[in-house]
Design a protein around this ligand. Structure first.
Ligand SMILES: Cc1cc2nc3c(=O)[nH]c(=O)nc-3n(C[C@H](O)[C@H](O)[C@H](O)COP(=O)(O)O)c2cc1C
Length: 395
């Protein structure tokens, strides 16, 4: 039997296999961040599908960091009962669950928070939101670090098996880490050590409050795919080494930001994405998406090369590989070669929640996701995330 289906550990957390549901924003919570029956149903299904560890969509840790409509929040105690129900649903159906903590940073839509989004550095506009962010001052940096730590405590109170810090895809942590997004010259920027300081503080504070048996994971970029150099696999390797020294128990290796769609390689559904824009921005958005489409071709295991640079820096701490994992044979090879310890997927599980079970029963050897990315376009249109391979109704 393949190693993929054998029990494995992240820290002291035992998982029944090496498959992970990578965090996937669902657009299924209320606009004030509370969970709904739709969300419960989604995760009940996924847990029944025999996935070793389920990481639901990013949870918002601070009101200034709400990345999307319908995003679940974790910044006040009144969110705990709902999250607890979610945890219990997954547990009752045989799964384990980790909560991903996030702050949208500069990618937070202005219309959701009613003011300019905040970021390490106040300059520039990314091509999707077109927002000019406001630079965070010392007081807000401290408040945000504390918000991550408080959110981790709430995750544990809700019964989560683990916590993951989102430090990928151009959101706040990812911005602090990146030489492209972080142009500060104070203690929070200007050198690798300083750029790492924000997440170092978050990790240290969370570790001091998490029980020993609840591992801390980080999802991190290896490339930001920005016009000028940002993250590189070498830099990600250095950061991963520091994270492991601080006690992080697994690192998920990803890539991309709102500058391109490389986080989700494959087609770019231009018409559906453009529909999400206000009318005045549609003509320009159409051109931008059209250009991005050319460079976004799908490639199997598209973060694998970068992971090979990061992995040796992590000693024995597990590396989780995400991005274009579609074929069981390749997943087996990657784990057998020691390039990764866990296989993480998002879009394949949107299409087939029972994919792992089907793999185990030998019913298929490959995901039937075609990376059309209409699930992602639905998210941008504030519609619940599901497989829209045959089209998004109304668009
Ligand atoms: C609809 C959608 C929502 C996503 N939401 C999140 C999220 O909340 N947090 C996160 O870290 N990544 C998010 N991602 C990225 C995925 O977790 C994953 O890194 C990426 O899709 C590549 O993996 P895949 O090829 O298996 O889809 C999202 C992707 C999609 C398609």
């Amino acid at each position: 039997m393949s190693r993929l289906f054998e029990p494995a550990y992240i820290g002291k957390m035992e998982l029944k296999n090496r498959f992970i549901h990578s965090a996937t924003h669902e657009v299924m919570s209320t606009d004030d961040g509370h969970i709904t029956e739709d969300l419960i149903r989604r995760y009940k299904n996924l847990a029944k599908g025999e996935i070793g560890l389920i990481i639901p969509g990013h949870l918002c840790v601070h009101p200034l960091g709400q990345g999307h409509h319908g995003q679940t929040s974790i910044y006040t105690d009144d969110m705990i009962p709902g999250l607890k129900r979610l945890v219990e649903t997954v547990h009752e159906n045989g799964g384990k669950i980790a909560f991903q903590l996030n702050h949208g940073g500069r990618q937070t839509p202005k219309q959701l928070i009613g003011e300019a989004p905040v970021a390490p550095t106040g300059r520039g506009r990314d091509p999707v939101s077109m927002n000019k962010p406001r630079q965070m001052d010392e007081a807000l940096i401290e408040e945000t670090i504390e918000a991550f730590a408080a959110a981790a405590v709430r995750a544990v109170e809700a019964g989560a098996d683990a916590v993951q810090i989102h430090a990928a895809h151009g959101y706040l942590n990812s911005e602090f880490l990146s030489p492209f997004f972080n142009k500060r010259k104070d203690q929070w920027g200007g050198s690798n050590e300083n750029r790492f300081r924000f997440i170092r503080e978050i990790i240290t504070r969370i570790k001091s409050r998490l029980p020993d048996d609840k591992p801390l994971l980080v999802k991190m970029n290896t490339f930001d795919y920005t016009p000028m150099k940002g993250m590189t696999p070498e830099l990600a390797g250095l950061y991963a080494k520091w994270m492991v020294e601080l006690g992080v128990e697994a690192v998920e290796v990803s890539s991309g930001s709102y500058y391109t769609f490389h986080t989700i390689r494959g087609d770019i559904p231009v018409a559906e994405l453009t529909a999400a824009m206000p009318a005045w921005r549609r003509p320009l958005a159409k051109i931008v998406f059209g250009l991005l489409k050319k460079g976004n071709t799908f490639k199997d295991a598209y973060n694998l090369e970068a992971a090979r640079t990061v992995k040796p820096q992590m000693d024995k701490t597990p590396l989780i590989l995400v991005g274009g994992m579609r074929k069981l044979s390749q997943m087996e090879e990657v784990v057998a070669n020691g390039d990764a310890d866990f296989i993480s997927m998002s879009r394949p599980f949107i299409r087939e929640p029972f994919l792992v079970k089907k793999f185990r029963e030998g019913k298929t050897g490959e995901s039937s996701c075609i990376s059309c990315n209409k699930c992602f376009a639905a998210m941008f249109n504030d519609m619940p995330v599901r497989c829209y391979k045959n089209g998004i109704p109304g668009l």
